[in-house]
Design a binder for this molecule. Structure first.
Ligand SMILES: *Cc1c(COP(=O)(O)O)cnc(C)c1O
Length: 401
């Protein structure tokens, strides 16, 4: 990919997404489940650009959404309602109402209190709401604590006995239709065993529900498949599918998988230009025009992203921190990495930036968010304009006078 040409054409900071790579990842995972009915529901929060969602919708993907805003994005991008899920630990009444009226596939319920709200709202609307319950199997996913979700210490889902009570209540309700069971134990998973164990626990639960005449149709295994940022060993999609399917012997279900990072992370690049270098005593800083408001993962999780310097200088390399202009010591993109001496306007390419990149951005320090560009069949096109100062103040300006 000609990053330099892209940076010159669209300016920096800039996100670039390889849509063909996204297609390849989608097909890899989809075909791993091919012996079985399945829906891949793209986890929209990973990269919620409308053109990215549309790209997956065109491949046949559904959408896993965690706010009504994401549901609206999915609909706009052409995902059919019957392939849309609504997950998340807190949904307000308006969101629940709109999800029901949109007639999405089901709502993933994360607590008893939420089930009660959904029942009340469905009753008011005089409909039966399809639900699935997120079970927290209390499995340690062996990932970063901030992205672990499958332990009782995490806020997500309900324990097995609570879930059972909720299914019985739903079955006996005129306003609820229990159709699925859901678990999602964490993100950036690189070990198969915790997934297998969680799937086994949830499949057992499903069998015990069958025994009391509660028949579910969807087995929702969440997302979380890890990707290579550095030298991680990752899970092969085929092994992943086999592990899940091995826990479902004798069960006739549609598998729902909610991949986010797996589909988009390594399809994305964040391009940022060097402003200048600076030395504070022993410490070398490379100051770039991109910052934590553009790419938050390093600051938030101390996440590693591979950096590549596009420069004429192929001389000796020295350790440096790559930092942005935001007024926070936590504003860095990389720490203690080896880089040649860089000049004003040299380009730095941040790899694996297609998931949880742009979407986690903000306008902190009144910085406009970057533009987004898609590459498909060798052609580049803008899929989000760079924000302007006027965009940033649009909702405030009228209150000045
Ligand atoms: C975030 C999330 C996903 C996607 O996670 P990835 O690690 O990006 O695959 C899937 N399902 C739920 C419920 C989520 O919250």
């Amino acid at each position: 990919m000609d990053f330099k040409a892209l940076a010159n054409k669209y300016n920096t900071p800039l996100y670039v997404y390889d849509l063909d790579y996204m297609s390849a990842q989608y097909e890899k995972l989809k075909s791993a489940f091919k012996a079985h009915p399945s829906i891949l529901a793209y986890a929209v929060k990973a990269n919620s650009n409308l053109s990215v969602i549309k790209h997956f919708a065109d491949l046949g993907s559904g959408a896993d959404c965690v706010s009504i805003g994401e549901v609206r994005r999915a609909i706009l991008a052409g995902v059919p309602p019957y392939k849309i899920l609504f997950s998340g630990v807190g949904k307000n009444d308006d969101e629940i109402k709109e999800a029901i009226q949109t007639d999405i596939l089901y709502i993933n319920v994360e607590s008893e209190a939420e089930l009660n709200r959904i029942e009340a709202i469905a009753k008011e609307l005089n409909v039966k709401c399809r639900i699935s319950i997120r079970v927290n199997p209390n499995i340690d996913p062996k990932t970063h604590p901030y992205i672990s979700t499958g332990l009782h210490a995490n806020k997500f889902g309900v324990d097995i006995s609570t879930a059972k009570r909720m299914y019985i209540k739903s079955k006996n309700s005129d306003s609820l239709d229990p159709v699925g069971i859901h678990f999602h134990i964490g993100s950036q998973l690189t070990e198969l065993k915790p997934i297998y164990e969680a799937s086994e626990i949830v499949a057992d639960m499903l069998r015990s529900l069958q025994a009391i005449d509660i028949e579910l149709r969807f087995f929702d295994i969440g997302g979380g498949l890890g990707v290579k940022y550095d030298d991680e060993t990752t899970i092969d999609p085929y092994d992943y599918a086999q592990a899940i399917l091995s826990t479902l012997k004798g069960l006739n279900l549609t598998i729902i998988c909610e991949p986010g990072r797996f589909l988009t992370a390594n399809a994305g690049y964040f391009l940022t230009k060097v402003l200048y270098e600076k030395q504070n005593g022993e410490k070398r800083f490379v100051i770039v025009d991109g910052a934590m408001n553009d790419i938050l993962r390093p600051s938030l999780y101390n996440a590693y992203h591979k950096l590549e310097a596009v420069t004429q200088n192929d001389g000796e390399k020295f350790k440096a921190d790559v930092v942005g202009p935001v007024c926070e010591s936590g504003d860095f993109i990389a720490k203690e990495i080896e880089l040649p001496i860089l000049q004003h306007n040299d380009l730095i390419v941040v790899h694996s930036a297609g998931a949880y990149g742009f979407g986690m951005g903000s306008n902190y320090n009144t910085r406009a968010r970057s533009a987004e560009v898609a590459i498909e069949n060798g052609n580049d096109r803008l899929i989000r304009k760079r924000e302007s100062f006027d965009d940033l103040i649009a909702l405030e300006k009228e209150f000045l006078d």
